[in-house]
Design a protein around this ligand. Structure first.
Ligand code: ADP
Ligand code: MG
Length: 249
């Protein structure tokens, strides 16, 4: 793990119809670091991810990745720089097979050379990626239309689509939500492998117990602002954080 600065978010804000969804958020992320992003529903977590990944344009503030300003770039351009995200609601091409959904990102110009492509075409590489996230290679599951996959596999498919792009910064928006404890446990080795490979992670999660096992630091949002930052123990000791969580119940 290095301390090289990867992401700088400076005073970023976004209003929707007059209501501030993100109200001036600043934080930094080092290369290979894992940051947890938590907060009650509606606190602006997904909007912050949308701002970083170009799906929403900031009203003010700056977002820099490796010193490059992301503010006016499109999502595909940002992904090509290495910033890749999953969606809270998985968004595969429902009519395409699971496998084909992973073949699509393998056409990205980010991949100057197909990793592992020496041993086969994109379909083989896509199968490898699906196997990495827990699809049984010898089964028919990779060949099912994405629309026919159970929820747990959709989450894995989201991960495989991201992995295909070899991200430097991977943002996971509630990747554990709706999964059983066993399914979450099954994803943990995948998360720790990203970390071992030096991929920086931002993880939005409501399942704090699981989240706190893998993060270096946590940022807590409420009403569009950062109300606490630090280690899991530090933020959970904050009276403002306790209040935000109790108030939301
Ligand atoms: P979280 O992910 O923390 O639950 P969101 O970022 O999804 O929170 O939402 C923050 C606030 O912004 C909410 O009040 C939500 O209704 C509003 N919001 C998010 N996206 C939009 C949008 N595209 N149009 C209007 N309001 C939005
Ligand atoms: Mg959200």
């Amino acid at each position: 793990m290095t301390d090289a600065l990867l992401l700088q978010v400076r005073n970023v804000a976004k209003k929707f119809k007059g209501a501030e969804a993100v109200g001036g958020v600043s934080f930094e992320l080092g290369s290979g670091e894992t940051l947890g992003l938590i907060g009650p529903n509606g606190s602006g977590k997904t909007t912050l991810v949308n701002l970083i990944t170009g799906f929403v344009r900031p009203d003010r503030g700056e977002i820099l990745f490796r010193g490059r300003l992301l503010n006016r770039r499109r999502p595909d351009q940002i992904a090509r720089l290495g910033v890749v995200r999953t969606f809270q609601m998985a968004r595969p091409y429902l009519g395409l097979k699971a496998l084909e959904n992973v073949v699509v990102p393998l056409f990205s110009s980010r991949l100057k050379r197909l990793p592992g492509g020496r041993y086969g075409g994109r379909e083989t590489v896509a199968l490898d990626l699906l196997e990495e996230v827990g699809f049984e290679r010898e089964s028919l599951v990779p060949f099912k239309p994405a629309g026919a996959l159970p929820h747990g596999y959709l989450k894995r498919l989201e991960l495989a689509r991201c992995l295909a792009l070899r991200p430097e910064l991977l943002i996971l928006d509630e990747i554990f939500s709706g999964l059983s404890l066993a399914e979450v446990a099954g994803l943990m080795p995948i998360i720790t492998r990203f970390q071992a490979e030096g991929v920086a992670l931002v993880m939005i999660e409501h399942r704090l117990r699981e989240l706190f096992k893998v993060v270096d630091r946590v940022l807590v949002m409420n009403f569009g602002r950062v109300i606490a930052a630090g280690t899991p123990a530090q933020v959970m000791a904050s009276p403002e954080v306790k209040e935000a969580y109790l108030g939301a119940e």
